[in-house]
Write a protein that binds this ligand. Structure first.
Ligand code: HEC
Ligand code: HEC
Length: 228
């Protein structure tokens, strides 16, 4: 699978996502399962990332690249969430409509896979289970249904009744697991430039903590576990 990295690929001049195109045919790219191959993919992905992504996402992927000051919504902090391979593949293929994140499907498949491998390598370690007291599952679920499911969908798949008109779309929590810190910050301040509003005046800290536990518990992509 290893070949010459084509780190010089340039960004498209007309981002396809800006024109409203959305392709359902995004291939799902899984990084190599062999550790040596994976290491090579991550190294290739790093070079591609430096060349194509760091200007917005920052060289450590924290969303603080030089261009980020002038962008709304802000480039994602890629260390603040765990993504499924499926989600990363689809984001690279389609970009994020309603943001400056362009599609990258003009890159060779191997480069896209290397980028998936690199972004996955930025994963935060899985946090130890929180010991704090949280509301019962039923309470958490009804809080979510009352406040969040119109956009994020009843099962958190990002497909609530009003989701269709929003760009960027509401997060699919089955494919993206935000860190507790990131989710807390989002519920405090919202995500500027998107439909995600702050909730600090509508919900108590306790309710927000419960919702964070709830949305993080929804993560579980169907297409994972294919690596042996
Ligand atoms: C012109 C700036 C720009 C460039 C270049 C760029 N991005 Fe982004 N990216 C963004 C913005 C803005 C968002 C946040 C969109 C949002 O808030 O939904 C984003 C979001 C993302 C996300 C998160 C999607 C999600 O589901 O939350 C990933 C992953 C990502 N970018 C990867 C990349 C990779 C890999 C590259 C290089 C191949 C890249 N980006 C290049 C601006 C950029
Ligand atoms: C009006 C629609 C809407 C409602 C209601 C809404 N959200 Fe969101 N939410 C969004 C959108 C759109 C995004 C994606 C922002 C982006 O692309 O950066 C988002 C993003 C998020 C994220 C950020 C994920 C990440 O790591 O970037 C969290 C966490 C979240 N929402 C939780 C909630 C919770 C909990 C509620 C209920 C209290 C809620 N949302 C209600 C639209 C909504």
């Amino acid at each position: 699978m290893a070949s010459e990295p084509s780190a010089k690929a340039s960004a498209p001049t007309v981002p396809i996502a800006m024109m409203g195109g959305y392709s359902l045919s995004a291939p799902v790219l899984h990084p190599a399962s062999d550790p040596d191959d994976l290491q090579e993919e991550v190294a290739q992905g790093l070079a591609l990332f430096e060349g194509n992504c760091a200007s917005c996402h920052g060289s450590a992927g924290r969303g603080d690249g030089g261009a980020s000051a002038s962008l709304l919504p802000k480039p994602a902090n890629l260390t603040a969430a765990r993504f499924s391979d499926e989600r990363l593949s689809s984001v690279l293929w389609n970009g994020v409509v309603g943001s400056s994140m362009p599609p990258w499907r003009q890159l060779p498949t191997e480069d896209l896979r290397a980028l998936v491998a690199y972004v996955q390598s930025l994963h935060p370690p899985i946090a130890a289970a929180s010991t704090q007291e949280v509301k019962s599952l039923d309470e958490r679920k009804s809080l979510f249904e009352a406040n969040c499911s119109s956009c994020h969908g009843e099962t958190g798949a990002g497909n609530g009744p009003v989701a269709g008109v929003l760009a960027p779309s509401p997060t699919n929590f089955q494919l993206k697991k935000s860190t507790q810190e990131r989710a807390w910050e989002v519920l405090e301040n919202g995500v500027p430039g998107t439909a995600m509003a702050p909730w600090r005046n509508q919900l108590s800290a306790d309710q927000r903590r419960s919702l964070i536990e709830f949305v993080r518990s929804l993560y579980g992509p169907s297409q994972e576990n294919s690596g042996q």
